[in-house]
Design a protein around this ligand. Structure first.
Ligand SMILES: Cc1ncc(COP(=O)(O)OP(=O)(O)O)c(N)n1
Ligand code: 3NM
Ligand code: MG
Length: 504
């Protein structure tokens, strides 16, 4: 079931953490949270005064009531008060995973210590967590202290963080998001680390200086859970959770005499709240000693395009189509030849570039950046994999514009590192032109993307036709790239006129 999670966690009387934070964070991302309460904590902004663990049969009745009605895609686990609860929840999760038609994804925030420093468990439950619970967990979101307690790995540097993630894998957790809020490495920065399906993600930003951080752990994990429930990929859920916490810390205020709660301010719309995706060639990447791809020659700040509105942007595979579209008045166009064995490839690229100049149009060459430079193209379009291997410095030096494909928030921030000339975002809808399985963004993401990336010309691509062009244009995007809407139209010239009229 989409847009719904369960949170199994403790109640915080102070309203800043636990169930209360979970519900607010999920709500901020438009996700409904059902709550199963494991403990009633008597706490306020100064500390935890009492923990009252809920009886197993009471937890069970809450779970039963929910199970009969709504089975979520994602279950977030927070505070568990005692060993009995850990074992019961672990067994229950095991049953869900083996009997539900769609096994739930379990996100676990190993709450052991409140931000006040007080313990949140009635006894030592670590052995039970390791033996019973972790093998049922899909995503764990520990802070540095929790990481050290659970794995025994002391986080003295980036490679120790990677070792700790591997230790979690060995304990049965496939995906690990380690929050570096208390790490202070490099000094004054907050670095988070993610390991998921063989990929690694390092996110970083300057530490936000506020004492009011109560509930950040719960809110982070619930943000991850909520965005996973929306079918966002893990790396995008990670980005959004981090941006959400940064936004919340910037707006956090005191509500008592001690540590105030992180604020809950809805979807993070300010790009300044987003972390940097740390790449090996950046300052933070070097501080963390990240390994650089051997072929990558990096550069940033590519030649600007004179307008943010590139208009209807046909992506076509032949010189004939280039000429036909240019004759019909198209001003931005791409040659995308996917047959690399094409004997006439260079000639086609050269002819397309000449045509672009003749019609005073912005002609981009897809993939073949060396040939594009050689023949003086207006621009080059590269995918995320290409920017890891292309010689970006050469493209920049040639003064050629660079467009970059992005599919989601992580790739958006990765492309943003290079300050390209435009950003493409897709696939907005399913398409038959290219296999985009698992990469369909939908309109909601585009609506967030356009204002976040307002400094760039933004191009929407994927499955867009005349019927859908209007709702796409309403997001404020300045350009719509299409293949079939033109190449498979009964009357391509008429299709161009109609599509152009939607964007105007
Ligand atoms: C405008 C625009 N956006 C995205 C793409 C896709 O580029 P890429 O990721 O390099 O994939 P291929 O097109 O090479 O399959 C594009 N071509 N144009
Ligand atoms: C080539 C391409 N790139 C995409 C991306 O999202 O990166 S979607 C896509 C195919 C666009 O074709 P159509 O307009 O026929 O759906
Ligand atoms: Mg490409």
């Amino acid at each position: 079931m989409g847009n719904l999670i369960w949170t199994i966690a403790g109640s915080d009387a102070g309203g800043g953490a636990g169930i209360q934070a979970d519900i607010k964070a999920a709500q901020s991302f438009g996700v409904h949270a059902c709550s199963v309460i494991t403990a009633l904590t008597a706490q306020n902004s100064m500390g935890v005064e009492e923990i009252n663990g809920v009886a197993i049969k009471v937890i069970e009745s809450q779970l039963d009531a929910l199970e009969q009605d709504v089975q979520p895609k994602v279950i977030k686990i927070g505070m568990l008060a005692n060993e009995q609860q850990v074992e019961f929840i672990a067994n229950t999760l095991k049953r869900y995973k083996t009997t539900w038609q769609t096994p739930p994804v379990v996100v676990y925030d190993p709450v052991a210590v409140a931000s006040s420093g007080d313990s949140l468990t009635e006894e030592d439950i670590l052995p039970a967590i390791k033996t019973h619970l972790l093998p049922q967990v899909d995503v764990i979101t520990p802070n540095t202290q929790e990481t050290q307690i659970l794995t025994g790995v002391y986080l003295i540097g980036p490679s120790a963080v990677q070792d700790a993630a591997k230790a979690f894998n060995e304990l049965g957790v496939p995906t690990v998001l380690i929050k570096g809020g208390h790490w202070d490495y490099p000094k004054g920065y907050c670095i988070d680390y993610g390991a998921h399906q063989g990929e690694e993600y390092w996110l970083g930003n300057k530490a936000i200086n506020t004492p009011h951080s109560h509930g950040t752990g719960c809110s982070f994990a619930s943000s991850v859970a909520a965005n996973l429930a929306k079918d966002y990929p893990l790396k995008d859920a990670f980005i959004l959770a981090k941006a959400y916490i940064n936004q919340g810390l910037k707006h956090a205020t005191r509500f008592g005499q001690g540590i105030g709660p992180v604020a809950h301010c809805g979807f993070p719309h300010d790009i300044n709240d987003y972390p940097e995706v740390i790449e090996a060639d950046s300052w933070l990447g070097q501080e963390l000693d990240l390994e650089m791809g051997s072929e990558q020659v990096s550069a940033r700040d590519f030649a600007k395009i004179e307008t943010r509105n590139l208009g209807i942007y046909p992506v076509v595979d032949s010189v004939d189509w280039i000429e036909r579209c240019l004759k019909a008045g198209i001003k931005t166009i791409q040659l995308r030849i996917k047959d690399s064995s094409d004997a006439d490839l260079e000639e086609k690229i050269a002819t397309a570039i000449t045509l672009g100049k003749k019609y005073d149009a912005r002609l981009f060459i897809n993939d073949y950046w060396q040939l594009a430079i050689k023949h003086g193209a207006y621009g080059i379009h590269l995918g995320q994999e290409d920017i890891s291997v292309a010689n970006l410095a050469e493209i920049k030096q040639a003064g050629i514009r660079l467009g970059v494909s992005t599919h989601g928030f992580y790739e958006m921030l990765r492309a943003h590192n290079y300050r390209p000339s435009y950003l493409a975002f897709g696939a907005i809808y399913p398409t038959t032109t290219k296999d985009m399985t698992g990469q369909i963004q939908g309109l909601e993401k585009l609506k967030h993307f356009v204002p976040l990336m307002h400094d760039y010309p933004v191009v929407a691509i994927g499955g867009i036709d005349l019927n859908r062009a209007e709702e796409v244009a309403k997001t404020g995007v300045g350009s719509i790239a299409v293949v079939r809407a033109i190449t498979e139209a009964a009357d391509p010239e008429a299709a161009i006129v109609e599509l152009e009229s939607v964007l105007k």
